[in-house]
Design a protein around this ligand. Structure first.
Ligand code: AHM
Ligand code: MG
Length: 293
């Protein structure tokens, strides 16, 4: 019998372990509820994006349950305009994208939940995270976490989450690339860089879900980007709730992240809604890209 998540968490701080376990329980519920929470909500989030019933439900569900857990002080969520205060006595601060890639729901493509865990008050730099995790609702539901103890992946089963792979590192040299935004809007230097990767045999795989697109880079190596665009110099992805969490995980897995000039984890946030050009993947690919940009 594969090791249960609870057992795996035995080696880390017990309150952090309780929080990760609590989030894994919520993910089990979200995974089964996605079948029923369908359709548009007719409201917009602070980024001006139309929300779906599933976005709003998952957001409220996670926030309510974290409040009940009494472990969490405050949450920054993609679906909330301001920091949400939960418990003054809470230990952790959380960044949350409750349902990332939710435009994939209609076509039954991948979606996920992204969570960054901090002790410091938010907003702060991504390198201040103490743990980071995501859940991928795919053909099977998986959970990936790091508590600065390597990157580990778990499979959702009837018995809960059980270990699939421990201490994951990005395969070298990597096989894939997945890039968001219209190619005509990429910066010329970035376009040339991708053309070179194509000539070197890297294959395009892009699904429009950061969690899904990043998860394949974690397993096959390569590069994911939602780059600076001529039309949107900061790209699309949100520094706090999306890019910092994945950057923390990729760096723990031996890879690297950059906003074009430095690690995304070094970026000093100016607010909770800031966007950041996001490039993450194998270290050698990111170093080469930084020189070109
Ligand atoms: P969301 O959290 O509102 O779904 O937005 C983020 C998503 C990411 O998952 C993905 O990388 C990107 O938006 C896809 O954007 P595009 O549709 O422009 O390819
Ligand atoms: Mg998102």
């Amino acid at each position: 019998m594969a090791k249960a998540l609870k057992e795996h968490l035995g080696g880390i701080d017990s309150e952090l372990a309780s929080l990760i376990l609590k989030i894994s329980d919520l993910a089990s519920t979200i995974s089964s509820e996605l079948t029923y929470r369908r359709g548009k909500a007719d409201t917009k989030n602070v980024f001006g994006e139309l929300q779906l019933i599933a976005d709003k439900w998952a957001d409220q569900f996670i926030i309510d349950e974290l409040r009940k857990s009494e472990l969490v002080k405050a949450v920054v969520s993609e679906e909330q305009p301001d920091l949400v205060k939960l418990n003054d006595t809470g230990i952790f601060n959380i960044t949350l994208d409750p349902l990332d890639g939710s435009s994939n729901i209609e076509s039954n493509n991948l979606v996920g939940t992204i969570i960054g865990i901090y002790k410091e008050d938010l907003p702060t730099q991504g390198k201040r995270q103490i743990a980071a995790m995501y859940i991928l609702y795919g053909p099977v539901t998986t959970l990936v976490y790091t508590a600065q103890n390597g990157v580990h992946e778990f499979l959702h089963t009837k018995e809960g989450f059980v270990l699939k792979e421990e201490n994951i590192t990005l395969p070298e040299p990597g096989k894939l690339y997945g890039i968001g935004g219209l190619r005509k809007d990429w910066l010329p230097s970035f376009r040339r860089y991708i053309e070179e990767l194509e000539l070197a045999g890297y294959k395009l795989r892009y699904g429009g879900s950061f969690v899904g697109d990043f998860n394949q880079i974690l397993h096959y190596g390569g590069i994911f980007a939602y780059p600076a665009l001529t039309t949107k110099p900061n790209g699309k992805l949100r520094l706090l709730v999306e890019s910092n969490t994945m950057s923390f995980i990729v760096e723990q897995a031996g890879g690297a992240s950059t906003n074009g000039t430095c690690s995304i984890l070094e970026v000093e946030p100016e607010g909770i809604t800031q966007r950041v050009p996001t490039y993450i993947g194998n270290k050698a690919l990111i170093e080469k890209l930084e020189k070109i940009l």
